[in-house]
Write a protein that binds this ligand. Structure first.
Ligand SMILES: O=C(O)CCC(=O)C(=O)O
Length: 249
């Protein structure tokens, strides 16, 4: 099934930088993924590539689709194809999956800083809200530009970033946080039900919100995509982009 976005949904995506698509996945589909992930985490099920001991305590998985067909099916699910193409204006390539058992409390960021030209399909498998640490977003912030490290340095002073990995450093997080707070945009929590899909723009400023009920589960698969028409891919062939027909490049 390839369901196109309605005119209103597409307008909301372009104006606010995100849109919640209701009930794309059924309750039993959500439950099957949650059971699978709880089985992996508890060791009831094993999967080459998923190592219980090296996954952080209720942290996230990273690029799970590369070793888990369940994640691959969600990344390239036919029901996501047309909505993503509508947002991009061209076909989407799947590039990244992350599974969250619980809220990340990740700080403010723009995904395109890490993954050029990307957008996201964020799929809650349970109802999400402030109680269990949903994401918070700054509506319309995608229409601002993509923050670059040099701007932050100019504004807040020199910070040393030695390697690519340092782009993820706590210092950078702190600078980005400060800049986003200073921008003074309003923020709001994303409220969504199990099986909804939250499409959001890769420049939308967002964060993993505070978890009001400590320990609450918040099962979410976060998928990221790049537009097929874009060759802006700095990672080379070591990190492949996969289209909805399963072709890699
Ligand atoms: O789900 C979260 O807590 C964070 C997700 C996120 O920041 C992302 O998918 O880019």
């Amino acid at each position: 099934m390839h369901t196109a976005l309605t005119t209103n949904q597409l307008q909301e995506y372009h104006e606010r930088g995100f849109v919640v698509l209701p009930t794309i996945f059924a309750a039993d589909e959500c439950k099957a993924v949650i059971d699978h992930m709880m089985d992996l985490k508890s060791g009831r099920k094993s999967l080459e590539g998923f190592n219980v001991s090296t996954e952080m305590e209720w942290g996230r998985t990273h690029n799970q689709h590369l070793y888990d067909p369940v994640a691959m099916d969600l990344l390239l699910h036919p029901r996501l194809r047309q909505p993503l193409a509508d947002c991009f204006g061209c076909e989407a390539d799947g590039i990244q999956t992350m599974y969250f058992w619980k809220g990340s409390e990740q700080r403010w960021h723009q995904d395109q800083y890490y993954l050029p030209s990307c957008m996201s399909a964020w799929i809650p498998l349970v109802d999400v809200g402030p109680r269990n640490g949903t994401i918070w977003i700054q509506p319309g912030s995608h229409r601002r530009h993509l923050l670059q490290l040099h701007e932050l340095k100019e504004k807040y002073g020199e910070v040393e970033f030695k390697t690519f990995d340092d782009r993820y450093s706590a210092e950078l997080d702190a600078l980005v946080d400060l800049n986003h707070v200073e921008a003074g945009l309003s923020e709001e929590p994303v409220q969504a039900s199990a099986g909804d899909v939250v499409l959001f723009h890769g420049r939308l400023i967002h964060r993993g919100g505070p978890i009001e009920e400590p320990g609450a589960f918040r099962h979410v698969m976060a998928n990221h995509y790049a537009p097929r028409d874009s060759d802006d891919w700095p990672f080379g062939s070591g990190w492949s982009r996969i289209d909805f027909d399963g072709n890699r490049r």
